[in-house]
Design a protein around this ligand. Structure first.
Ligand SMILES: NC(=O)c1ccc[n+]([C@@H]2O[C@H](COP(=O)([O-])OP(=O)(O)OC[C@H]3O[C@@H](n4cnc5c(N)ncnc54)[C@H](OP(=O)(O)O)[C@@H]3O)[C@@H](O)[C@H]2O)c1
Length: 251
């Protein structure tokens, strides 16, 4: 069945590749990000490759919270409906706590938490009267455990995963599904300056797995499921003294 998909963070990395996966599957797309020139170029490429797909693009900064709902409504009009909203826009600005990085930390929370909440809120408002819809939230394995050197990122992903879980419980009898994904290291700009990236997968591999999980409308999953489901369990359940040793060995 052809779906109409609203996707944030589509100008690069996972979002850009997801757009390609969904266009190849015949879905219509509204793609958003701040770098409009990259979106325009992506739109052109996808329209040429998949002429049957209806693809529109919007310059959108998700920290412009009020505008998120307006753009989503406009996308709904231009695509003649919306079935799926993918909350993918995100940033990381690594830095140690107490080393003058608070402004960076604030931007991470504004984008990954408040921007994502604004997107989910707009989607639910749009889907509720229809008793239909699917919301996908891009968390991270960093949500499983507070990690050294990326405190604000880990905290932001734990927060949005918790918010998505609340949304799933609130909406389960309303015909609206909520998927939370916890990707491990996927090779994109967001982590290319991190020294250690265990179990790294290419952006093509990672995005394909993510697209498959979205099509299956799973409630939640690590990506790829192996080994991150096991690592996630360990991160949540190992005693603190052992975690300290393991994380020290990584840094
Ligand atoms: N790669 C990984 O290993 C990994 C692992 C776990 C989770 N994730 C999550 O996956 C998502 C996509 O990340 P990625 O790996 O594809 O990184 P990326 O290549 O840096 O892509 C991030 C995307 O988010 C957009 N974005 C950032 N700030 C925005 C804002 N204020 N408003 C609108 N769009 C904004 C960027 O577009 P503009 O700059 O053009 O706005 C870009 O398209 C993020 O939420 C990230 O946390 C990634």
């Amino acid at each position: 069945m052809t779906k109409k998909i609203f996707l944030t963070g589509a100008s690069s990395g996972i979002g850009r590749h997801l757009a390609g996966e969904f266009a190849a599957a015949g879905h219509d797309l509204a793609i958003c990000a701040r770098r409009e020139s990259l979106l325009t170029e992506l739109c052109e490429t996808l329209r040429q490759r998949f002429p049957k797909c209806h693809i529109v693009s919007f310059g959108l900064d998700v920290t412009n919270y009020e505008r998120v709902a307006d753009v989503m409504k406009q996308a709904q009009i231009e695509l003649n409906g919306l079935d799926t909203v993918i909350v993918n826009a995100g940033i990381d600005k690594a830095g140690k706590i107490g080393s003058g990085n608070f402004n960076n930390d604030r931007q991470v929370v504004e984008t990954n938490v408040l921007g994502a909440m604004a997107t989910i809120d707009a989607a639910v408002a749009l889907f509720r009267p229809l008793n239909h819809g699917h919301i996908v939230v891009m968390a991270s394995v960093a949500a499983f455990c507070g990690l050294p050197g990326m405190a604000s990122y880990a905290a932001s992903k734990a927060a949005i995963a918790s918010y998505a879980q609340s949304a799933r419980f609130e909406l389960q009898k309303k015909g609206i599904k909520v998927t939370t994904l916890y990707p491990g290291f996927i090779d994109t700009a967001i982590n290319q300056n991190i020294a250690s990236r265990p179990f790294l997968v290419t952006v093509e591999q990672g995005s394909r797995k993510i697209a498959q999980l979205i099509e299956r409308e799973v409630s939640e999953s690590a990506v790829p499921a192996f080994p991150w489901k096991i690592v996630g369990w360990l991160l949540r359940n190992l005693p603190n003294w052992l975690l300290v040793r393991i994380l020290k060995a990584q840094h």
